[in-house]
Design a protein around this ligand. Structure first.
Ligand SMILES: [Zn+2]
Length: 294
């Protein structure tokens, strides 16, 4: 067997060469200090090499924002408190500098948001208890647009999930399975997005969602970290018992609702970074969801 250490040319043994090695080391050190004198230190504002390399490797075109901005038009559940932003101060202070600050008030569940498992399971994880590792996840995007266009009350089935897997491979453990219904094109028109815009009335909503069986299959058989959807709820609008929510929460699976720009995601290969507000004991909260495209 050739026991030559790597990086040595053939015929060399790697045995140390006493004084020659010492001199080489001194020369290298001298060259190093010379270089240190000549090369200026990086300016303090430049990012650390690791961050710069990561950003350059990703490239801005591969980063997709899956969150809607929050304002007074943001769609909330008809019975929930909407988003309210009030100005505390905006303008020139007595000290002569500009200062602005707002206060916000809203339901945890509106706009692009997270449902913590504690939303529908008494012993489920709260928003602040979700392990951060499960918030970075591969996205499996199940395109059910055709079926939903034909039936706005469509509840996606286990067969829909299996049809996706037949084409794109198994949904990986720890993924977020996103139902792509096409409803995002209706945002922010409340009436067409929710199916009804009567204030305070959630009894006449129409939009598609997951069936209880599909949610349970993804949670228990595929061990997903989360379910996602481009509608207001993972349960369809006409649901009265929210069985998909119950099935996901029972397995400590979180949900992402009102996801934006799902049409920009490929069926597989994107990575989600889910950043919900970390509300202690929260049943959910507003979320910034970022996708990195493959
Ligand atoms: Zn919710």
């Amino acid at each position: 067997m050739d026991r030559r250490p790597p990086l040595l040319p053939p015929g060399r043994t790697g045995r140390p060469h006493g004084r020659v090695s010492s001199w080489s080391a001194i020369l290298l050190l001298a060259a190093g200090s010379l270089a240190a004198c000549v090369v200026p230190p990086p300016p303090p504002s430049s990012p650390a090499p690791g961050a710069a390399e990561i950003l350059a490797a990703i490239g801005p075109d591969r980063i997709v924002d899956l969150s809607y901005a929050f304002d007074q038009r943001t769609i909330y559940w008809p019975t929930a408190q909407p988003f309210r932003l009030t100005s505390d101060f905006h303008g020139r202070t007595a000290g002569g500098f500009f200062y602005a600050s707002n206060s916000l008030c809203a339901s945890e569940h509106g706009g692009t948001h997270l449902d913590a498992p504690s939303h529908f399971a008494e012993a489920g994880l709260a928003a602040d208890q979700i392990p951060p590792g499960s918030l970075i996840a591969p996205a499996a995007v199940i395109d059910v647009r055709a079926a939903c266009a034909a039936d706005p009350d469509r509840a996606a089935t286990v067969e829909d999930v299996r049809a996706y897997e037949a084409e794109h491979g198994p949904i990986p453990q720890g993924a977020v399975a996103i139902l792509f219904t096409g409803w995002g094109a209706r945002w922010p028109d409340r009436k067409s997005y929710l199916g009804d815009d009567t204030p305070g009335d959630a009894s006449r909503l129409h939009f598609p969602g997951f069936s209880a069986e599909a949610a349970a299959f993804l949670a228990k058989e595929r061990h997903v970290a989360g379910l996602g959807i481009d509608t207001a709820s993972i349960d369809r609008g006409m649901s009265r018992d929210f069985q998909a929510h119950q099935a996901a929460a029972a397995a400590n699976v979180y949900n992402l609702e009102n996801l934006a720009s799902v049409d920009r995601l490929p069926p597989k290969g994107a990575t989600l970074i889910v950043l919900p507000m970390k509300i202690a004991g929260g049943t959910g909260g507003p979320a910034r969801v970022i996708a990195i495209l493959p």
